[in-house]
Design a protein around this ligand. Structure first.
Ligand SMILES: [Zn+2]
Length: 400
């Protein structure tokens, strides 16, 4: 397939964060030319008064839960989990596949081109990923044997899934130990061992609530990050969701091991987790930050534009300082920084990068576009419903 987008505002997200006006040509699965290019293409798209951005990357989802939207609102995390686990216990593989398809459609519709997932039976998610053409970093969830509802042993299931899907074009399999309150030392270390042997990423929930931290300290005498460090869990290539309740010492430990944060502001605020992820301190220590929605049961949608806006607003309000973060930095989290964290050749619109792009129609919000305001309009004014076309791996996978 070849696609030529003509005369658009291009938010390149390149090294110099340039904003250009012109054409973008994509052939097969790559961006091949930017600028005054005028060649024949199978699809020629009028980009006038529209904005082209790199596809957004959602680094924390449980996409099969899309069918469960609205089942556990206005409760705290532990009541939330009880409700969710009750429903999950009755879920079939077909339910997981159908929920994933719904969630992926929502992601493509709202400008997400890649996502990191955590769930059991990721093979059913993989089927939906292939059908819909999104990029999936699929983490098979692992919990202790005595609480799992998966057949067999979770760590072995995860390893089998990784073996089967390694090397697929759109799917990157990984292992996803759930949290310190569902995985003991042995489970965590065997998950780590699988990641080490197959050289995959890992994703995990860490320090989402104060209760998690207090309970863990009661049990082990240590906070979750300190304890994970002591047992030797950390390695390169870990995406840790939430990281709300951290000390400066814990931030230093995470930074030292190159752990990447998946910041989920909407989910955290909705569950009333209190406080907020210490973003400025994490950036000071050199941690990489990315953004996630979490599942639609705690979000309650998969719109990354909304997450970008909430991420900015949360920290401005929390620190009594509107200058604590800015639109460009937030857009970086959702694009270039996330791509780097995942080792993905995407996240910016440059020649040679994967053709994962999103065309936005700012109408009907009606705004004068200029180089100076375009990024802030993306983060603060627009939402996923402004997306007019989503391209993943050089294919138009959604178009209004
Ligand atoms: Zn989660």
């Amino acid at each position: 397939m070849s696609i030529l987008i003509k005369d658009a505002w291009i938010v390149t997200q390149n090294e110099r964060r340039e904003i250009k006006r012109g054409n973008v040509y994509m052939e097969n699965n790559l961006i091949t030319e930017i600028g005054n290019v005028n060649v024949e293409a199978e699809h020629v798209i009028d980009g006038r008064n529209k904005i082209l951005i790199p596809g957004l990357i959602n680094t924390h989802t449980h996409v099969p839960m899309t069918g469960m939207r609205g089942i556990a609102d206005d409760v705290d995390l532990f009541d939330f989990l009880q409700k969710v686990w009750e429903v999950e216990g009755k879920m079939t593989k077909e339910d997981i596949y159908l929920g994933s398809k719904m969630g992926i459609e929502e992601m493509l519709r709202t400008g997400t081109t890649a996502f990191v997932d955590m769930y059991s039976y990721e093979d059913a998610v993989a089927k939906a990923v292939k059908e819909k053409g999104i990029r999936g970093f699929l983490g098979w969830a692992v919990v202790n044997q005595d609480i799992t509802t998966q057949g067999g042993t979770p760590v072995k299931n995860a390893e089998e899934f990784i073996r089967k899907y390694k090397g697929e074009e759109l799917i990157t399999p990984l292992i996803a130990p759930h949290a310190v309150y569902t995985c003991d030392e042995e489970t965590l270390l065997s998950a780590r061992d699988v990641a080490e042997r197959h050289n995959t990423l890992m994703t995990i929930h860490i320090s989402e609530t104060r209760k998690e931290v207090y309970d863990h300290r009661k049990k082990t005498g240590m906070r979750p990050v300190e304890w994970l460090d002591k047992i030797g869990f950390f390695r390169e290539g870990i995406i840790a969701a939430h990281l709300v309740w951290l000390t400066l010492r814990e931030i230093k430990i995470l930074a030292e091991h190159g752990v990447v944060a998946s910041h989920n502001p909407t989910s955290n605020m909705k569950l009333g987790n209190g406080g907020s992820m210490p973003m400025p301190e994490m950036l000071n220590e050199g941690m990489r930050i990315t953004l996630g929605t979490d599942s639609v049961v705690s979000n309650n949608n998969l719109d990354m534009f909304e997450v970008m806006k909430f991420a900015a607003l949360l920290h401005k309000n929390e620190r009594w300082d509107p200058k604590i973060t800015n639109a460009q930095r937030i857009l970086d989290f959702a694009t270039v920084d996330a791509a780097k964290a995942l080792g993905l050749n995407a996240g910016s619109i440059e020649e040679g990068k994967l053709a994962d792009v999103v065309l936005i129609n700012p109408w009907p919000n009606g705004m004068p576009l200029s180089k100076e305001n375009i990024v802030s309009n993306i983060v603060y004014a627009l939402n996923g419903l402004n997306v007019e076309m989503t391209v993943v791996n050089g294919k138009i996978v959604w178009k209004s």
